[in-house]
Design a protein around this ligand. Structure first.
Ligand SMILES: *[C@@H]1O[C@H](CO)[C@@H](O)[C@H](O)[C@H]1NC(C)=O
Ligand SMILES: *[C@@H]1O[C@H](CO)[C@@H](O)[C@H](O)[C@H]1NC(C)=O
Ligand SMILES: *[C@@H]1O[C@H](CO)[C@@H](O)[C@H](O)[C@H]1NC(C)=O
Length: 362
């Protein structure tokens, strides 16, 4: 009997996968970036003043499938999130940073957002904050696997096969409907620490064996932004954090053209505004990496999926902001370059309430 159903399930999935593969082949060949005439959907003003209590479903009969590994839901966290959402919406109205905080809901943004129709959830992916874990949570909710520890690593980022569609794969009407009615969340972290993490992960360690960062992207950045080219002859392929900072702090057209050439890989370092359009899309919850131990159970509760799935174990200490590390990375980089970097990323500091790093700027 069990095997019978398993077989039915497998066949169903095979069919779904075929449908998705077909869709992705036709629509995902180019990763569009920026506002080069890509479509933009205007989202009417939000109606997201639902309280957490209203969002929790009555029928929580499903059994937990994973061992709980993070602290339980903290009822006080609701007000923490409300303050974050208030700050976000007031900062979105700040006209002196409006050219940094407002973007169109382009295909690039819609590509970042993953859809769980069964539970009416949208998740905007912002790398370097444990997104892989959230994707596993949504893959489980979409029904392909019984628990997060069953989701194989290689499938998590394989969106043609993991049953976790991107919002961009839907029609404009379907997109608007979901943006207006679904529970929407994203996770952010200190903007400079995030850039350090991206630099280490993609240009120093490269644990997922993605050769293009070192081979294709690093040389282009070095050629344009390295101060002394005598150094680069000695260490031709090694990107320095200083080169990276100078590249990121360039708000000119040259960098934009480079970013278009780099394609979707820039998701590891472009601003949260560019990734998730937080001033255009009315997110229900903004989680912070630094408080993920509280945010993860809160998000599960607020999204109405508590009890259906649990967030994977968070290794102790990994979410803490480390000022010493930030100071070390920025030591030796000129104030001018750091201020330029800050000028570009200030929207992420302001929108999400991260303290301005005066210790680096002055
Ligand atoms: C608006 O943004 C500017 C520029 O960063 C900042 O100095 C100012 O304090 C902000 N205004 C408000 C009301 O937060
Ligand atoms: C944003 O506007 C300010 C002036 O208000 C300008 O100096 C800055 O270059 C603009 N930034 C971008 C990215 O367009
Ligand atoms: C902070 O970073 C520094 C330098 O990378 C490291 O030596 C230290 O162990 C880190 N501290 C914590 C608490 O992780």
């Amino acid at each position: 009997m069990r095997h019978h159903w398993l077989l039915v399930g497998v066949c169903g999935w095979a069919l779904l996968i075929l449908v998705f593969v077909g869709k992705f082949i036709t629509s995902r060949s180019v990763d569009d970036y920026g506002d080069r005439g890509v479509q933009s959907w205007t989202v009417p003003p939000p109606k997201l003043d639902k309280t957490v209590a209203e969002v929790i479903p009555e029928d929580q009969h499903a059994k937990p499938t994973d061992r709980p590994s993070i602290p339980p839901f903290d009822p006080d966290w609701h007000s923490v999130n409300e303050k974050r959402i208030e700050l976000l919406s007031s900062m979105c109205k700040n006209s002196s940073i409006s050219n940094l905080t407002h973007v169109s809901i382009s295909k690039f943004v819609l590509d970042r957002i993953f859809v769980c129709d069964k539970h009416k959830i949208l998740f905007c992916q912002t790398p370097k904050v444990g997104n892989t874990q959230w994707k596993k949570v949504l893959i489980v909710l979409n029904g392909r696997f019984p628990a997060v520890h069953n989701v194989p690593e290689y499938l998590v980022h394989d969106h043609a096969r993991n049953g976790l569609p991107r919002l961009s794969s839907l029609t404009p009407q379907e997109i608007s409907h979901r943006l207006n009615t679904y529970f929407k969340f994203l996770i952010v972290r200190d903007p400079f620490e995030r850039l350090i993490s991206a630099f280490k992960d993609k240009f120093v360690k490269n644990p997922r064996n993605e050769p293009w960062y070192k081979q294709d992207i690093a040389p282009v950045i070095i050629r344009k932004y390295r101060k002394s080219h005598r150094d680069s002859e000695l260490t031709p392929s090694g990107l320095h954090f200083e080169d990276f900072v100078r590249y990121l702090g360039d708000v000119g057209d040259h960098r934009r053209r480079m970013d278009q050439q780099f394609g979707a890989r820039i998701i590891h370092w472009v601003t949260y505004t560019e990734l998730c359009a937080p001033c255009e899309i009315q997110y229900s919850v903004v989680g912070h990496h630094e408080t993920l131990e509280q945010d993860a159970p809160y998000i599960l509760r607020a999204a109405g999926i508590e009890g259906l799935v649990s967030y994977p174990h968070i290794p102790p200490g990994i979410t803490h902001y480390n000022r010493t590390k930030v100071e070390q990375y920025f030591s030796g980089i000129s104030k001018l370059d750091i201020r330029r970097l800050f000028a570009r990323y200030q929207s992420d500091f302001h929108l999400f309430g991260y303290p301005i790093p005066d210790f680096l700027l002055n």
